[in-house]
Write a protein that binds this ligand. Structure first.
Ligand code: PEP
Ligand code: MN
Length: 341
């Protein structure tokens, strides 16, 4: 439930409502806007009738929320969330492109990737130091060494770093190096991990589970928001369907649907969705046309030699072409391409 206070409600009015809701066992989330204060209350709605909140001074209206997620909903916050990563904004007018290899493999590979994607116009560098591989025999990542290389690449290029956290034991370490913590598709419903990652206060890139509904995805985001961390970026990365020509099926409907249901920014990862480099660019264009706030794209200086996800990785030349074409689409949709200051 949401209590919208009217614009002349004072602190005493707000405190009175907070006290009443807390006494009735509701969990409170306060959002003080420039014009209005909004109080989100989560708890047993059957107790609401007895509270007569609408009769209290300063209350404009009480709105019940029917969706199971509350803090993630547009009903809770109508204005779109803009997540700040340093001076970059995700969810604002600018499209941010996060690009780089699937995995950090070596100093040479990472620094080359960073310089090339920076030159083509990306604002963030991606790269896994801890890799969730389907087979235990596949390359598992360079771990802390990989994180150090990501930090070195940031130093060198000014790109912000997004990298995956796979389990709670490494959160502190990953958070020490990363600007954005990525939760991968396999962990979207690892609720303990979501809570712990949220508590770092760092922006979280939450990938959609490969078999998750939009509601389950937004409920996963709710776990992070409920810990007081408002910096959630959703990432559509394809879902599993009967189609097996592509790695997954890119659910682009998720972009406008999530933007309608939620105030959180949404980006699209066509690389993991499609799994074949040839189709990454057209779907990246479609994602921007559909209203995505950014892209996550795998780029490798030499995809044929990649230790992970080579078949879906773009060459630097193909990435450059993608960036130019994305720029044109961003412009016709009234957006612009993010830049590093
Ligand atoms: C990745 O971004 O490299 C990755 C492992 O993605 P996902 O969790 O979407 O499979
Ligand atoms: Mn990958």
């Amino acid at each position: 439930m949401i209590v919208v206070m009217n614009h002349n409600a004072d602190k005493a009015d707000i405190d009175r409502i907070l006290q009443k809701l807390t006494d009735a066992g509701f969990q409170i989330h306060l959002s003080r806007g420039v014009e209005k204060t909004i109080i989100g209350a989560i708890g047993d709605k059957t107790r609401l009738g007895d509270l007569s909140l609408e009769a209290m001074p300063g209350v404009e209206k009480v709105v019940p929320i029917l969706q199971p997620y509350k803090l993630a909903s547009r009903a809770y916050m109508n204005s779109s969330t803009v997540v700040k990563v340093g001076d970059l904004e995700i969810g604002g007018d600018s499209i941010q492109v996060m690009a780089g290899p699937c995995a950090v493999e070596s100093r040479d590979q990472l620094l080359k990737s960073a310089m090339l994607v920076r030159e083509a116009g990306a604002t963030m560098l991606r790269g896994g130091a801890y890799k969730p591989r389907t087979s235990p025999y596949s390359f598992q990542g360079l771990e802390e060494k990989g994180l150090e290389l990501l930090a070195e690449a940031r130093e060198l290029t000014g790109l912000r770093i997004v990298t995956e956290v796979m389990d709670a034991s490494t959160i502190e370490l990953v958070a020490k190096y990363a600007d954005v913590l990525q939760i991968g598709t396999r962990n979207m419903q690892n609720f303990f991990l979501l809570r712990q990652v949220a508590r770092t206060g760092k922006p979280v890139l939450l990938k959609r589970g490969s078999s998750s509904t939009i509601e389950e995805w937004l409920l996963a985001a709710e776990y992070i928001l409920a810990e007081g961390n408002r910096n959630v970026i959703l990432c559509e990365r394809g879902v599993r369907t009967f189609e097996n020509y592509t790695r997954n099926t890119l659910d682009l409907t998720a972009v406008p649907v999530v933007k309608y249901l939620s105030h959180l920014p949404v980006i699209v990862d066509p690389s993991h969705a499609i799994g074949k480099w040839r189709f990454v660019e057209p779907m990246a264009r479609a994602a921007i046309a559909a209203g995505a706030d950014g892209l996550l794209i795998e780029v490798h200086p030499n995809p044929a030699e990649a230790l992970c996800d080579g078949p879906q990785s773009l060459t630097p030349e193909n990435f450059k072409a993608l960036m130019q074409n994305i720029g044109a689409i961003a412009e016709v949709t009234g957006r612009n391409m993010g830049r590093i200051q």
